[in-house]
Design a protein around this ligand. Sequence first.
Ligand code: ADP
Ligand code: MG
Length: 268
Amino acid sequence: MLLELDHISKIYGSLHAVDDLSLTVPEGEWLAIVGSSGSGKTTLMNMIGCMDTPSKGSVALEGRKLEDLNATQLADVRKNLIGLVFQKFYLVPHLTAVENVMVAQYYHSVVDEKQAMEALDKVGLADRAHHLPGQLSGGEQQRVCIARALINEPKLILADEPTGNLDEKNEKIVLDLFRELHQQGTTIIVVTHDALVASCAEREIMLNHGVLVGEKWNDDAARAAYEAAGGKPASTGSTAEGAQSGDTPIGFEDPTKAAKTGAQPLSE
Ligand code: ADP
Ligand code: MG
C-alpha cells in the first residue's frame, strides 16, 4: 500500500476534526474524499501530505511511518513523493507562468526553463508561459499549479478542491489531466464537494463531522484488484451516529445534505 492510515484522529480541544479513521490506498488508485464543509477533509489531507500530524494513530507512506521520521526526512518525503494542488492557487503574482513553475523547480534544486516549459505544455499552456497570473483565467491558473505540482514527477497527487473555483469547461480540462495522470500510474487523492468530480475517482469515502460515514467504489475492476491484493474497506473506531466500521457498510449519503433537503442517496 502506498498510504496507510491507522486509526488516525486530529483533536482540537473537544472537537474531533478527524475521528479514528483507518484507510489504505494502493499505488495507482484515484480516491475522492467527500463531505460537506467542516467535515475534516482538509485536516485529513494535511495529515496525509506531511503538513500536519495526527493527535492519535499513525500515517505511513510507502511503508514508512511518518512519526518515525525527523524533520529533514519528512521534508524529503513531502518533496519527493507528493505533489500538492490547492483550491487557492498560491501563484506568485509578479512572476510569469513559467517562472512560477521554475520556483517549484528551485525547491527541488533544478532550474531548467526547458523542463518548466514542457510541464506547461503538458497542461496545454505553452502559449501562456510568459503571462502573469493576473492575465490568466482561473482555469489556466489552476493548470499552472498542476504543472508546478508535477515538476518532481510525484507518485502521489493531493488535490484539495482543485476545481472549486473553476467553471465547467475548465473543470473538465483539469479532470482530463487527472485522468491522464491516473492512466500513467500516479496515485491521486482529491478532496471535493462536487459529486461529478468525485464520480471520476475509482473510490469515494465520505466524512461527516470528522467521522467516516460512507465508502463507495465507482470502478468494479479497481475494487476487485484492491480486494485481491488484501485491501480492506475504510473503517472507523468512532461510535458517532452514522459511523461506518469495516464490516458494516452503509449507504452513501451525506447526512448533512439529507437533513437539509431530504435528498435520496446518490446511488447504491
Ligand atoms: P473541510 O476541509 O472538510 O471543510 P476542515 O478539515 O478544514 O474541514 O475542518 C474540520 C473541522 O476542524 C472544522 O470544524 C474546523 O473548524 C476545525 N479546525 C480545522 N483546523 C483547525 C485548527 N487549526 N484549530 C481548531 N479547529 C480547527
Ligand atoms: Mg477544506
